[in-house]
Design a protein around this ligand. Structure first.
Ligand code: F6P
Length: 555
């Protein structure tokens, strides 16, 4: 195998034995000042530890780092080849080594005149050809020119997909609700639990419903099962005429053969390519439902937001490269402070699905325990990513972040303005929302000392209970407003953060073999559940559970 950024030369030193790694261990062992001390020592810290990218204002002053920490982390990034791997990704090299694929989601948002080559071929014209087809189709649905089988206009769009073929469009639809065509209804079905499709369709008229079947492979059992049931629902509602399928089903996929086999006209298929990973795919044809919702122009603004951060990540120097910074901060906590998880806490109701989206992005990418060359890792890799919109979390799990025993670095994401459409008292509530945001990051960072608690006259026995240790690190990400472009910028920021971490950890962030075993076993077990078939080789625990299930089930 030739040497390249994704196949480093033989003898690539073990990460934890690198001098840049041990320098960070030594630095950590020296002990760092707390956040109160760091701010007291540097009156400019709140101004100096701020980075900007596009419309995003990123304050990292409330982190347990000094200039020395940041410099050491940057040295680690350089030594582990983060920049070489980044450049290889943008060049279209096959950095997804276990699947032998290029990783080029950045090409999906490249401008029309850009040149991005895979195997010597510029892929940008094909990307824009699909975007143009999507735009024409989205416009027809939005205007009512695309009609259903009975001639009625489409009023409902049901996206059927799972994982990367669901989370992106579903999250972005919620995030950009204020920009959506409110006269249309959008639903997102992912779960193979029939309840999902049932609830999504029970009040819809099949004559006015379009199903968008989103699956990169078009073999994913959940999606194909739901799509098959959706087709049966449609045909039952429209008198059984198979011709109806062509007006009510479109496919988003890389697999034309399977799409055709399912009975969807290739004319109604929007393609993408194997160099787009599932969790990086929603800028591709997978975004069709979203494009129908917000319109092609807003969708382009979203893509331009992504592209802006791509260019920043590709070109900005290390000192001001925001995805690099966020990735390295995560490594500082995960690898040198034993943090196991990372909270993402948006102070925007519209970002209610944002963390769920990031869970796949981060945990499917960096939930790995072997290196790119197959050796086991001997260091922590991706964190558990979790969180929900902030104020709700405050009344649920923030207690643990403030006073529990775990270090949980957190990202707080907020906006200066509520989205357009809110007015009067509802608009005025925004300052209260953001007051909570700033209060939480303040309390987490600086806490409340026992003396401060005593000064309030609190009885001595309650002082330990009312003391806040502080020192909980947070990143604050602010923007003026949650626009399509800002959403694109935010997602690209996290995509590249995840990239940086995977590069340092020397893992393949673009495969997902860990989801395969469960899929295979589910296929094996299903006949045992449905028909009581004796599945040879079933382990005793599962065998007993299957028996219990069959006893409970009406058979
Ligand atoms: O869970 C595994 C996975 O392959 C994800 O990476 C992907 O986003 C999802 O399944 C859906 O796959 P597909 O788009 O091929 O249906």
């Amino acid at each position: 195998m030739p040497d390249s950024p994704s196949h480093p030369p033989t003898g690539f030193p073990t990460l934890t034995r690198r001098p840049e790694w041990t320098a960070l261990e030594d630095h950590r062992a020296e002990g760092q000042p707390g956040l109160r001390e760091l701010f007291a020592a540097d009156p400019e810290r709140a101004q100096r530890y701020v980075a900007r990218v596009g419309d995003l204002y990123v304050d990292y002053s409330k982190h347990l780092v000094t200039d020395t920490t940041l410099a050491l982390l940057q040295e680690l990034a350089t030594a582990t080849g983060v920049f070489d791997l980044r450049d290889a990704m943008f060049r279209g090299e096959r950095i997804n080594t276990t699947e032998d694929r290029a990783v080029l989601h950045t090409a999906l948002r490249a401008p029309r005149d850009a040149v991005v080559e895979v195997d010597g071929e510029n892929v940008v014209p094909a990307v824009h050809a699909v975007l143009d087809r999507m735009a024409a189709f989205a416009d027809r649905v939005r205007s009512g020119a695309w009609t259903g089988h009975t001639g009625r206009r489409i009023r409902n769009v049901v996206n059927i997909g799972i994982g990367g073929s669901d989370l992106g469009p579903a999250m972005a639809y919620e995030a950009l609700r204020a920009y959506t065509a409110r006269e249309l209804t959008f639903r997102f079905v992912s779960n193979v639990d029939g309840a999902d499709l049932h609830e999504a369709t029970r009040d819809l008229d099949p004559a006015e419903t379009l199903f968008v079947v989103a699956s990169k492979t078009f073999t994913t059992i959940e999606t194909i099962t739901n799509a098959t049931s959706a087709r049966a629902w449609l045909l039952e509602g429209l008198g059984g005429d198979e011709k109806a399928v062509a007006r009510h089903f479109v496919a988003l996929s890389t697999n034309e053969e399977k799409v055709t086999g399912f009975g969807i006209d290739p004319e109604n298929m929007f393609a993408f390519w194997d160099w787009v990973g599932g969790r990086y795919s929603f800028d591709s044809a997978i975004g069709l439902s979203l494009m129908i919702a917000v319109g092609p122009d807003r969708f382009r603004e979203l893509l331009d937001g992504f592209h802006l951060v791509d260019e920043h990540f590709r070109t900005a120097p290390a000192e001001s490269n925001v995805p690099l910074l966020l990735g390295l901060l995560g490594i500082w906590y995960g690898n040198f402070h034993d943090a196991q998880s990372h909270a993402v806490l948006p102070y925007s109701h519209y970002l209610s699905r944002f963390t769920a989206y990031l869970q796949q992005l981060d945990m499917e990418s960096n939930g790995k325990s072997v290196q790119r060359d197959g050796r086991p890792v001997q260091w922590q890799t991706g964190p558990v990513v979790w969180g929900t919109p902030g104020t709700n979390g405050q009344h649920a799990y923030y207690q643990l972040i403030h006073q529990g025993t775990k270090l949980i670095p957190a990202d707080f994401i907020g906006f200066a303005e509520p989205v357009a459409g809110l007015s009067g008292e509802l608009k005025a509530q925004h300052d209260l929302l953001m007051a909570n945001f700033f209060a939480q990051t303040q309390a987490l960072a600086f806490g409340k000392t026992p003396d401060e608690v005593r000064a309030e006259g609190v009885p001595e026995e309650l002082v330990p209970h009312k003391t806040f240790k502080g020192g909980h690190p947070t990143t604050t990400v602010l923007a003026r407003e949650l626009t399509p472009s800002v959403l694109g910028q935010l997602i690209a920021l996290y995509e590249h953060k995840v990239f940086v971490q995977g590069a340092v950890w020397h893992i393949d962030s673009f495969d997902q073999w860990g989801v395969e075993l469960g899929k295979v076993l589910a296929k094996r077990v299903e006949p045992a559940l449905t028909d009581g078939v004796d599945v040879p080789g079933l382990d005793p625990s599962t065998r007993a559970l299957v028996a219990a299930y069959r006893d409970l089930k009406e058979v």
